[in-house]
Design a protein around this ligand. Structure first.
Ligand SMILES: [Zn+2]
Length: 276
């Protein structure tokens, strides 16, 4: 009987021992290096948040750039027989532009100059003669030439513009041939006398020989960007392909969120490096 009484105690002791072994083993098992918790290399909670912060950043950039995708269409060397059809396109598309005019045919196309003004484009000054050897040989010659075109415009529309573009742009090095340092002197005197000169940062390349309308289109649409785009084009009598490319350029720009403006004295200036 005494032996029989001990049996349940032995069984309970065995069970307790088993439980103790299992607990100890399980504890050690968890502590083995290969089963220790591995910290994830990627923090998933951060990964989920990431697109949100990216989206915000992009939105901020877009907000500043969308409001600043402005195109200034500029036409040098007119007016010519082409200018009227350029004005027709601008009217149809309801976009403003800036014309840097010359005296060459200005009285022949005085009605066209009036129309530019009435249709709210900027009538700006290029040069009376477009003769580099004359205008860049002395400060007096340059300002005599500028005063001539300024007076011509005044005779037609009654205003004396102060917005100008230098023939060849302020960076041209041709002026060196006629007078060393002339460009720096011209720029200084223009600034002292409240003239506002504008170069360009997009060249349609329509000044170069026989360029196709497709090339002009590509030259412009591939280079326009956020911010200020001052596009150099010409409306002199040989620039038929410029006129032909114009409407497609405007349509592309509109489709891509650009707005159009005309140059005023408040427009952010684009100035080239002065090389003389
Ligand atoms: Zn020119």
């Amino acid at each position: 009987m005494q032996y029989k009484k001990k049996i349940p105690i032995i069984i309970i002791m065995c069970l307790c021992l088993n439980i103790a072994i299992i607990i100890t083993y399980a504890y050690n098992y968890k502590d083995r290096p290969e089963f220790k918790e591995i910290k994830p290399l990627i923090n998933y909670s951060k990964k989920i948040e990431k697109p949100k912060s990216n989206k915000l950043a992009i939105k901020n950039i877009n907000q500043s750039t969308v409001s600043d995708k402005t195109i200034y269409l500029t036409f040098d060397d007119g007016p010519s027989y082409l200018t009227e059809s350029i004005l027709d396109i601008l009217k149809e598309e309801n976009v403003p532009a800036t014309f840097f005019v010359t005296s060459n045919q200005i009285y022949k196309y005085s009605d066209v100059i009036k129309r530019m003004y009435e249709e709210n484009h900027t009538v700006a000054l290029h040069t009376a003669t477009h003769d580099y050897s004359y205008i860049y040989s002395s400060l007096d010659n340059y300002f005599n030439d500028l005063n001539k075109i300024r007076t011509d415009v005044f005779n037609i529309i009654g205003i004396k513009p102060r917005i100008i573009r230098l023939p060849g742009g302020s960076s041209n090095s041709i002026s060196k041939k006629y007078s060393k340092g002339i460009m720096t002197n011209i720029i200084n005197k223009l600034n002292e006398n409240d003239f506002y000169y504008f170069d360009w940062n997009i060249d349609s390349m329509d000044a170069s020989g026989n360029i196709s309308k497709e090339s002009i289109y590509e030259n412009v649409v591939n280079k326009i960007h956020s911010g200020t785009n001052i596009i150099l084009m010409h409306d002199s009598s040989t620039k038929q392909t410029t006129k032909e490319a114009l409407q497609d350029i405007i349509k592309y720009a509109k489709k891509n969120g650009y707005t159009f403006s005309r140059i005023t004295k408040n427009t952010s200036t684009i100035h080239h490096h002065i090389n003389n």
